[in-house]
Write a protein that binds this ligand. Structure first.
Ligand SMILES: [Zn+2]
Ligand SMILES: [Zn+2]
Length: 244
């Protein structure tokens, strides 16, 4: 019965003697700092700000960038809160694979504070998080895209629907598939829509944690479009920088 008491004294003492190091820059962090990443690293996050391409949301020249003109995407608009840099890479790893709830909360607050200025609650009938396969969901215990969607729902009051888009294929993690062809093959047929009549003519905001090559988002958008929504916009916490 002594152990919990002892831990209550020992934990701060150990933190004081052996301060935790920032996961990114390895700077020792002060006592009481619980975010695994130091303030300096958090401050280095690069948020995406306008002016940006009205479609893909990248800071590029022109109202609609050359890429979007030449290859119009299947979604109407895409925005990401910040670029995928080392701080966010560490933070997402801590959230997804180490289940650090304090990091999840912090990332959700980050999204809530940086919702794209040209997106509004009135633009959407509901928010659709990119679903995980049930196997992955049981393994991880939560869907990070759904957590982000719930965070946005708190601010906007727009409902989150998890029953319309489901993942029927237990796909391999994208990071294990270096080639574009393998990624496309892996994700093809991964999603299925339920209640297409509830999607028809609706305004949808699709939500995910990371946008990299776009294969997952594009597959989801493609399948949703079968049910003829009015439009589909996309919002992600982060996106990789495009190769120029
Ligand atoms: Zn740091
Ligand atoms: Zn563009």
């Amino acid at each position: 019965m002594q152990a919990p008491q002892l831990n209550r004294w020992l934990a701060p003492l150990i933190t004081f003697i052996f301060p935790a190091k920032c996961r990114r820059c390895e700077t020792p962090m002060s006592v009481g700092q619980v975010h695994y990443l130091c303030d300096t690293c958090w401050e280095q996050i690069e948020f995406l700000e306008p002016p940006w391409c009205q479609i893909c949301g990248l800071p590029r020249w022109g109202a609609i960038c050359a890429d979007c003109r030449e290859h119009p995407p299947l979604f109407r608009k895409l925005r990401a809160v910040a670029f995928y840099e080392p701080t966010l890479r560490e933070a997402i790893h801590l959230m997804k694979y180490e289940r650090k709830q304090v990091i999840s909360k912090h990332l959700i607050q980050l999204v809530q504070a940086h919702l794209p200025r040209d997106f509004a609650s009135t633009d959407y009938d509901f928010l659709l998080p990119i679903p995980l396969h049930t196997n992955r969901l049981h393994q991880r215990g939560f869907n990070q895209a759904e957590q982000i969607a719930q965070g946005i729902a708190q601010v906007w009051g727009v409902p989150v629907r998890t029953d319309m888009l489901v993942r029927i294929k237990d796909t391999a993690p994208l990071s294990s598939l270096p080639s574009h062809e393998d990624r496309v093959k892996n994700i093809t047929g991964a999603f299925e829509i339920r209640s297409p009549d509830l999607i028809q003519s609706r305004k949808i905001l699709l939500i995910d944690d990371i946008f990299t090559t776009g294969t997952t988002i594009n597959e989801a958008v493609q399948i949703l479009r079968v049910a003829a929504p009015e439009y589909i916009d996309v919002l992600t916490l982060t996106r990789t920088r495009p190769s120029i």
